[in-house]
Design a protein around this ligand. Structure first.
Ligand code: ATP
Ligand code: LTN
Length: 333
């Protein structure tokens, strides 16, 4: 790791199939930032079990997400790509930080309220503790920046609060991290209901485009995307949520600015527009899928990446944890 570079931390949960929302809001930003920062990219399997998972699927999705990270272009040589449960310091720091977090503030978290409503039969302590585990993830690495989608804003805020609280009780121990949101694509919306976030766990799968969808499926989903009764292809999220969402997706997948995207479709109809967006997405995803499949066939390589990622993460994480244990008065050898 380069001492002159700042540290970046982010993670994705290996749950369900990832969507283009995850790609645009998370992975694509990781790619853009990986050379400028010392990076840690985790596969958050400990967060994943806050909602009941099928064990075989969780194991497979862990590998699949690792292969996807690499297929998308994350470099396992220069960044630490690892599985959260392979670094036990996450659970250990989470426990300490729990004693610096109030029950009331966790009960008020938007995601906790949403997920409690959705999984009313399993409102477990882990679900409530989710933000504290996430704070532990981030703070262990003395992180400067956390690139995430807008839905994670509250979680990064709470990580900052917890860090400051701890620093104030003792002496500065944790770096106070900043969230990093990208201008385009911080919130990709559902194709059938563009007022809602595109989600991996949406009820209607036709509103979400999965990274594993084949070309025909991708095109079909875009053809059915909801627009409006107007004919203008213009970026105006307030009044033209559907069209603006499609423009954001097109911009993210082609690297063009929104203005360039608008210019590409000046005077064209919605049908042609939707088809072009679908094609831009498929053109990008098909080669990534092929590379991911190739990597998944080489388990030995994937294991070696996970192992070296965990070793690197563990080294830094242990240093922070040891500092914390010293401050709070845990006897250490
Ligand atoms: P779920 O819908 O099952 O709760 P999710 O799709 O939000 O899951 P996460 O693993 O929670 O997926 O998120 C991974 C990353 O992807 C986060 O940084 C999140 O902000 C980002 N992300 C997820 N959905 C979108 C979206 N629709 N637009 C932009 N970013 C997104
Ligand atoms: N909760 C996050 C995933 C996540 C994360 C993190 C993101 C777990 N730990 C630390 C940034 C930093 C989500 O994307 N839903």
């Amino acid at each position: 790791m380069d001492d002159n570079k700042k540290t970046l931390y982010s993670a994705v949960q290996p749950t369900n199939n990832l969507t283009i929302g995850n790609y645009i809001g998370a992975i694509r930003n990781f790619l853009a930032l990986q050379t400028d920062y010392n990076c840690y990219f985790a596969i958050a399997n400990m967060h994943a079990i806050t909602v009941r998972q099928n064990p075989a699927e969780l194991r497979q999705r862990t590998l699949s997400l690792l292969a996807l990270y690499i297929a998308c272009g994350l470099n396992p040589e220069s960044t630490a790509i690892y599985v959260q449960s392979h670094v036990s310091a996450h659970a250990e720091l989470c426990w300490v930080l729990n004693t610096f977090t109030y029950v009331g503030e966790m009960e008020r978290m938007t995601q906790f309220k949403d997920k409690s409503a959705k999984h009313a039969d399993n409102i477990n302590m882990g679900l409530m503790d989710y933000p504290v585990l996430m704070a532990a993830d981030i703070l262990l690495y003395q992180t400067d920046v956390v690139p995430v989608g807008l839905d994670q804003r509250q979680h990064v805020e709470i990580a900052r609060d917890i860090a400051q609280r701890f620093n104030n009780v003792y002496t500065p121990t944790f770096k106070v991290p900043e969230a990093l949101y990208m201008k385009v694509g911080a919130k990709i919306c559902d194709l059938l209901d563009p007022t809602k976030k595109m989600s991996k766990s949406a009820e209607n799968i036709n509103g979400s485009v999965f990274l594993s969808d084949d070309k025909d499926t991708i095109i079909r989903k875009f053809k059915r995307a909801v627009t409006d009764s107007d004919t203008l292809i213009k970026y105006d999220p307030e009044n033209k949520a559907g069209v603006s969402n499609l423009l954001s997706i097109y911009s993210a997948f082609t690297g063009k600015s929104i203005a360039e995207a608008e210019a590409d479709f000046a005077g064209k109809g919605y049908g042609e527009f939707k088809l072009a967006v679908g094609e831009a997405v498929a053109d990008k995803l098909v080669p990534i899928q092929a590379e991911q499949a190739k990597l998944l066939a080489d388990k030995e390589y994937l294991n070696s990446v996970m192992k070296s990622g965990a070793e690197r993460a563990n080294y830094t994480a242990r240093k922070t944890l040891s500092k914390v244990y010293k401050k709070i008065g845990f006897y250490q050898f």
